[in-house]
Write a protein that binds this ligand. Structure first.
Ligand code: NDP
Length: 436
């Protein structure tokens, strides 16, 4: 059995940026050269930003930080996150530390197969068209691969097709459709552009074979063949919090998981908590978070009802056992990953994991985030911790600058009703006291 690579970063939040970089060097997450070259705004050069989108005016920044103490498949990681919401990094780090002491996260990823679609309409004979398309699978695959030969040279490319018939739907007035799926290995890339090139290239052939008309050819962001699963377990004793015993916390987390399985109103908020962790890493690593969001929520509704993406149960020995699965079609190349300074730094800080490993890290971050939210919710509630961190945002919104931010934030934590008006009052009083 591989030895567990546990590397805790203690009191990281109390250090200044220099101290944080030193801690990362000492624990082996960053080398000295990279730390020396670290540019702490990770900003895009203006000419690059201008080339990335249309009508560009400026760049829009978000804080970039690290969720600490992750142990994923016995390897230690710091997990980069880009996010505007306070408490996400603290919650992920505290859960990760707790689980690291009990074996960390174990993960499994399916082969990274992506799906492209050609949507066909006006098909004269659907059954005949399905038979012809299936018979000509090899020709369809070859045509697709010829459109993007470099991915084949790398060992990937299209390798199978599937055909789905969708009946006419009287209620919505939708006609029948025949949908051709092309299964494509995109290796280290998420593959949207690779797939879209292939799908558009096979349209004439698919139209000819089916006798139908193609409405479009494009990837599906519902990447059901590119799933990542994280599991974790923890003894009930380790869950005690405040006046709650470990068994009570475990049982209440399991109940909360069940509520999120059966009630869509709860499930959406439950899954939002999971996506707090996932989106932040997806964004930090330069990946397409809209694609991940869309796919995750479709997967949550795969039974016909929107449900929790995660599941928490009681193990045979009484442990709390957590599991999270979702589609994670991310890449380590492509898009802006190779040139966005934030994305480059994120991959560097994780030791340049390959795409499968990055999926493992991201799904673990989602499960950690989910655990922290659930544990707080079923015990003291999330507001105590959340508002403590939110107090700094309120102080900034009230106009506090420099050392005023900490002063106003600390005083805000002492009041019963923490809000913007109170923050403004505290700031005003503080400034007046200094001018007296
Ligand atoms: P790119 O178009 O940048 O393509 C990635 C390229 O990287 C490949 O074509 C390949 O080019 C090269 N490459 C180098 N090494 C590897 C490797 N080991 N494995 C695979 N490819 C490698 O990115 P994607 O095709 O991944 O598309 C992602 C982008 O598309 C994102 O920016 C996304 O936002 C955007 N997008 C998303 C859509 C969506 O619906 N989600 C729709 C349209 C665009 P080569 O082999 O030629 O060197």
């Amino acid at each position: 059995m591989r030895e567990k690579d546990i590397r805790y970063l203690e009191k990281f939040y109390q250090k200044n940026k220099k101290g944080r970089l030193e801690a990362l060097i000492q624990s082996g997450f960053l080398d000295e050269e990279k730390a020396a070259a670290f540019n702490d705004d990770l900003a895009l050069a203006p000419e690059i930003a201008d080339s990335m989108i249309e009508n560009q005016l400026a760049t829009y920044q978000l804080p970039f930080g690290l969720a600490l103490n992750f142990l994923v498949d016995d390897v230690a990681y710091v997990v980069p996150m880009a996010v505007e919401e306070p408490s996400v990094l603290a919650a992920a780090s505290s859960a990760a530390k707790l689980f690291a002491a009990h074996g960390g996260f174990q993960t499994a990823v399916t082969p990274r197969t992506m799906i492209g679609q050609v949507i066909l309409t006006e098909i004269p004979d659907c059954q005949k068209a399905i038979a012809v398309l299936e018979d000509e699978e090899i020709e369809i695959i070859q045509t697709a691969n010829q459109a993007h030969p470099s991915i084949v040279k790398r060992g990937g490319g299209a390798d199978a097709i599937g055909v789905r018939h969708i009946e006419a739907d009287v209620a919505s007035g939708s006609p029948e459709f025949l949908i051709l799926h092309l299964y494509i290995e995109t290796l280290e890339a998420m593959g949207a552009n690779i797939i879209n090139t292939m799908m558009e290239a096979i349209i004439p052939l698919v139209e000819e074979l089916s006798g139908g008309k193609a409405l479009m050819g494009i990837l599906s962001n519902y990447a059901t063949e590119c799933l990542a699963t994280a599991t974790c377990r923890i003894p009930a004793d380790a869950l005690a919090k405040g006046n709650w015993s470990g068994e009570e916390v475990r049982d209440r987390i399991i109940l909360a998981s069940q509520a999120a399985t059966v009630d869509p109103y709860r499930a959406v908020t439950h899954n939002k908590g999971i996506m707090n962790g996932i989106d932040a890493v997806v964004l930090a690593t330069g990946n397409d978070w809209r694609a991940i969001e869309a796919g995750a929520h479709a997967y949550a509704a795969r039974s016909g009802q929107y449900r929790s993406l995660s599941k928490w149960t009681k193990g045979d020995n009484g442990d709390l056992v957590g599991e999270l699965t979702l589609p994670l079609p991310i890449g380590t190349v492509g898009g802006s990953i190779s040139f966005h300074p934030g994305a480059k730094m994120a991959h560097e800080l994780m030791g340049h994991p390959d795409a499968e490993t990055l999926e493992s890290i991201i799904v673990s971050a989602g499960l950690a985030q989910n655990f922290s939210a659930m544990r707080a919710l079923v015990t003291e509630g999330i507001q105590r911790g959340h508002m403590g961190l939110h107090s700094r945002s309120l102080a900034i919104s009230a106009g506090a600058i420099g050392e005023e931010i900490a002063i106003v934030s600390e005083q805000l934590k002492q009041v019963k009703n923490m809000n913007l008006a109170t923050a403004q009052e505290i700031l005003e009083k503080h400034r007046n006291s200094r001018t007296l």
